[in-house]
Design a protein around this ligand. Sequence first.
Ligand SMILES: [Zn+2]
Length: 307
Amino acid sequence: MCDACRTLHADLAAGNLGKPGSPRRLKAEAKPVSFRPLAAQPYDDRCLSWQHDARTVSIWTTGGRLKGVAFTGSDQQLALLAAHRRGESDLVCRDGMWFLHATIEVPDVPAAAPKGFLGVDLGIANIATTSDGVRRSGEGLNAVRHRHRALRRRLQVKATKSAKRLLKRRRRKEARFAADTNHVIAKQIVTEAERTGRGIALEDLQGIRERVRLRKPQRVTLHGWSFRQLGGFIDYKAARAGVAVIHVDPSYTSQQCSQCGHVDRRNRPGQATFSCTSCGFAEHADVNAARNIASRGETGWAVSHAA
Ligand SMILES: [Zn+2]
C-alpha cells in the first residue's frame, strides 16, 4: 500500500502525469490508488508489526498508521506464527478480500534412522496409495476438475469480462480444493510413517508429464503441479517431524512384480489389477507399485548410507 501511494505521489510531483488541471492529471488524481489484483505488496518489519496476543497487526501507510487490524488462523498456524515468523510479509487482495501472507522459518528435526520405508505411489484414479495398502481416491478432485473444465468451455465462448472473472474465481477455488486435499493426504502419510518409525519413499517426480502416457480424456486431469505440490507437502511435513524421505526412480514400478521382481507389461492387464505372469502374485496395481517404491527406497537408503 505505502509503495503504491508513494509512486503516485512521486509521479504527480515529478509532473509525469501532465500539468495541474490537465485531463490526464485530473484522471490520475481522481482515481483511488488501486493494485493489480495479483500484485502482492511486500512489508518488512519496519512498516508492519505483529501483536500476537491481541491477534492484530499494525501497518504503516503514507496515510498514517493502521492500528489493530485483526487477523486470524487455526490454533496451529497462530502458534507457528508467534514462534517462527521471519522476514517479509505480503499483503494480497484476492476476490475483494485482503490476505496477509507471513513467512515462517521452522527448524527441521534431525531425521532418525528409519526402520523400513513406507512407499507412496501417486496417481490419478488414486491420488496416493501406500505400500500398507491405504488408498486415497482422486474421485472428489477429478469431479471438481471436470466440472471446472465444462464451465470453462461454456464461458470461453462468450469472452465477457464477467465470464473471465468467474473463470478466475473457479480456477482459484479448484486450486484451493486441490491444496487442501494434498495437505490432508500428506499429513496422513507423514503421521503414519512417524508412528511406525519408518521413512517415506516417493517417486522422483521430475518429468512426470513425459513419463505418463494416457488416453486423451485422462490427460486433462493430470496436473503435474498437483503431484509436485503433494510431494512438496510430504517433504516439508516430514522434515518438520524428523521423518526421512527418499526419492526413487519411478520407472517400471507399475509393471514390476513386488514379490518376485519380474518386469512385464502383461503383469498389468487393467488399470487397477496387477497379476504377475511369472509367479502368479496378484494385488491392486497401485499397492503393488507402492511396494516397489518402498523397496527401492530401502535399497537407495542403504546405498547412500553405506559409508
Ligand atoms: Zn511375480
